[in-house]
Ligand binder design. Structure first.
Ligand SMILES: [Zn+2]
Length: 69
């Protein structure tokens, strides 16, 4: 099992910058790890997904992609 890229307490305080939503760990279509809103964000059934670049979560609304939940 891979070592986490960051400490768990850091992970726990991360929130969606748009709505303050909790984030869940997902894998995007390219197989890369990402963080995704745990609730609808951006419309019914739509959730923002934030990339993790070089092990650093990029929690910027401009860099997020909207995906179907
Ligand atoms: Zn959100």
């Amino acid at each position: 099992m891979a070592r986490p890229a960051y400490e768990s307490w850091v992970r726990e305080i991360l929130r969606c910058p748009v709505g303050g939503h909790e984030l869940v760990d997902v894998v995007d279509d390219a197989g890369e790890p990402a963080l995704q809103c745990a609730v609808d964000c951006g419309g019914p059934g739509q959730r923002r997904r934030y990339p993790i670049k070089d092990g650093i979560p990029v929690l910027l609304a401009d860099d997020a992609v909207l995906v179907q939940a």
